[in-house]
Design a protein around this ligand. Sequence first.
Ligand code: TXA
Ligand code: MG
Length: 344
Amino acid sequence: MKTELLKPTKENLILASNLLKKGEVIGVPTETVYGLAGDCSNSNAIKKIFIAKGRPNDNPLIVHISSMKMLNDIVSFVPDDAKKLAKVFWPGPLTIIMPKGKKVCDESCAGLDTIGVRMPANEIARKIIELSNTPFSAPSANISGKPSPTTAKDVYNDMNGKIPLIIDGGECQAGVESTVISLIGDTPTILRPGVVTKNDIEKVLQKQVLIAKGVLEELPQNSKVISPGMKYKHYSPNAEVYLIKGNFKNFCKYVKLHIQEGTYAMVFNGEEKKCPLPSLPYGIKNDPSSQAHNLFSTLRKLDECRAKIIFVRCPKTDGVALAVFNRLIRSAGFKIINADKKDA
Ligand code: TXA
Ligand code: MG
């Protein structure tokens, strides 16, 4: 199949929506990362998404809507907390897990009776939904396990020959996927951190919000997960990634002792000039939004450099930085080293 990469002109957005209506799968920009979109009610379209990504069938997809009216078709019930969150954060990078309605096919929800929904802030994505007059299900448009795509070119690299069309909406603003919050249990629980933070959500709901265990640490094998995505390898470039805690001086000391052929570092802006090995910057030290923006594109660049080992400066774990930390511990397969420790 020939994969076309087209600009978001009016005609091309009509073409995109017609392909969705016909049950095809296309690459679509959002404000977080690029998505691989298919009609949420069409089992065949959804199956194509799982095949194109090589995604395990038990990992459900997020459904994207362009109006609150569409929400009522896809959920069986809208909790009060969801109404409050939607009012403040939609359109935007927040996915809310609610009880599933009838319209969405079982394949999209991986057989669960719940559904993750968000209204993207990206106008191109919303226009495509509006024109096709139906919500689309969309996971990130990467091959399963790889870093998520933040440009149309990234999508092309992973999906060339597998899908007919990618709409090129430029670089994604956030660079990491949406915050996922579940409103299913007694206490709202963040299943995946993003640029909408725990603090932002607590301010709106005026109550405590939990962070699921798997967000900050590796879950024991075979433990019960509340989000299927938590149990899979994620965001991994071809290289082995190590997350290095500690100050920059000790980081340099550690990496110098462990340089092998194909070793690179991912550091904060400006540090690349002082680092004792080939390094790429991935954002400003005290600006987690800039780290989130560049995180996946830097991991992908290091794949292009044929990096074999990547040592990464560890971000903080509060606010937006939690989203960066959460992606990096998974890229690293939870290999975290504290360079400040004497015997590191
Ligand atoms: O920003 C985003 O959310 C992007 C863009 C394209 O919208 N999409 C995205 O989708 O990141 P995906 O499939 O790569 O990640 C969705 C995550 C998975 O970890 C999945 O397990 C979880 O959300 N999820 C989806 N539906 C769920 C549900 N009903 N219950 C629990 N977790 C769910
Ligand atoms: Mg993904």
